[in-house]
Design a protein around this ligand. Structure first.
Ligand code: CP3
Length: 356
């Protein structure tokens, strides 16, 4: 690395330095779903809020749970507490969370009569989310950036068409093949809404954004290109236009497999989140070293703890040593995870610098 570049230690944020393409030792670490039910302080605020959506839409409480994991573990980034399904909520899709069953929505019946997708109106209904971002930003120190996020259009459409989670999302996959024009109208509307939703989060204090494409992995390659890569590229382009070229965007095409390098090249994301199934030694070769990678510890290794956890953490750290890399999970943390295992993980990542 050129000597004239400022070292990571002098940057206000280690995460932002890595997203700009620098290697950091130790790497920054945060965890997907780091604010959640495995934390007693989260469960306390959650009980006070009433429903999960009330928690999302009460700015002071959403900001408070955003900051909780930073206070407890000293992670290198906070992710705004919200949900990808706030967007369909704002589109009047009857989003509700049924205890023990996960999310439920009123399923779309075909694409002939889509809900009106006026990006400004949707963002108006989600103003509490941006207020939460502002309050969280005020509560964080300068070295801890706030990450904003949204579901990517394909994944949000999955929930809107199926009316909830699904094993294989067969109905939405069938309908995307049967009526590609109609489905494109839904996806295009979600692209516009997502650019506005993320732009507002950035204006409220988010320094980077992540697009969660949790169900990218169920698609045939042609459909992956059409419904994952194309809309993601449009969102990246729209965000750069709106927020400037410097806004870091992290894409997370979960299950993208061998199409991940194509996703990286075609979408223009600054960083790519790798899911648990991606082999580190493959990623190191297949993804250009100019793109930051994030991941990809199995949340079950974190749940198990002990020697197995240590070995998995070391393999990931060694595999991505010397590259721009953000330590994270390969999917969200599970509620049963012991706090001591998270403490051990963070300590091991931080200690790894001494070994190098
Ligand atoms: O990462 C974070 O800490 C920020 C907050 C966050 C949540 N959801 C909070 C949440 C983020 C980034 C999400 C993203 C999200 N939400 C995704 C994409 C990532 C992934 O997991 O694939 C998806 C698919 C959703 C939709 C969603 N929200 C589901 C399927 C569920 C129910 C599952 C469950 O655990 O009950 C939720 C609810 C939800 N979102 C919870 C949290 C903390 C649990 C709700 C509770 O407290 O009862």
């Amino acid at each position: 690395m050129a000597e004239s570049l400022p070292s990571v230690a002098h940057r206000p944020s280690r995460l932002l330095a890595v997203l700009e393409g620098e290697a950091a030792n130790p790497p920054p670490v945060w965890l997907m779903r780091q604010a959640g039910r495995y934390l007693p302080e989260y469960r306390e605020v959650r009980a006070k809020a009433g429903s999960f959506l009330d928690l999302c839409f009460t700015p002071a409480l959403a900001a408070e749970v955003t900051v909780q994991p930073i206070r407890r573990f000293g992670f290198d980034a906070a992710i705004l507490f919200s949900d990808i399904l706030t967007v369909p909520w704002a589109l009047d899709r009857g989003v509700r969370f049924v205890a023990g069953e996960g999310p439920r929505l009123d399923p779309l019946e075909g694409f002939a009569k889509l809900p009106e997708m006026n990006a400004k109106a949707v963002a108006e209904r989600l103003s509490a989310v941006y207020e939460a971002a502002t309050l969280a930003r005020l509560a964080l120190t300068e070295d801890v950036p706030l990450i904003g996020f949204a579901g990517a259009p394909w994944t949000v459409a999955c929930y809107m068409v199926e009316g909830g989670g699904s094993r294989d999302f067969a109905a939405v996959r069938r309908q995307a093949f049967a009526d590609p024009k109609g489905f494109a109208a839904l996806i295009d509307g979600l692209v516009a809404v997502t650019v506005e939703h993320l732009g507002r989060q950035v204006e409220a204090g988010a320094a980077a954004v992540q697009l969660f494409d949790s169900w990218a992995g169920v698609l045939a390659p042609s459909a992956f290109r059409r419904w994952v890569i194309e809309p993601t590229r449009a969102i990246v382009r729209g965000l750069r236009k709106r927020c400037g070229k410097g806004l870091p965007v992290i894409g997370f095409p979960r299950g993208g497999g061998v199409l991940i390098p194509e996703y990286v090249a075609a979408t223009g994301v600054d960083a790519v989140g790798l899911d648990t199934a991606v082999p580190v030694d493959w990623a190191r070769i297949a993804i250009p070293a100019t793109t930051a990678v994030q991941g990809n510890l199995d949340p079950m290794a974190l749940l198990a703890g002990g020697k197995a956890l240590d070995a998995e953490v070391d393999a990931i750290l060694n595999g991505f040593a010397g590259r721009p890399f953000v330590f994270n999970l390969g999917h969200g943390i599970v509620p049963e995870t012991p706090i001591a295992h998270v403490e051990a993980l963070v300590a091991r990542v931080r200690r790894s610098a001494a070994a190098r």
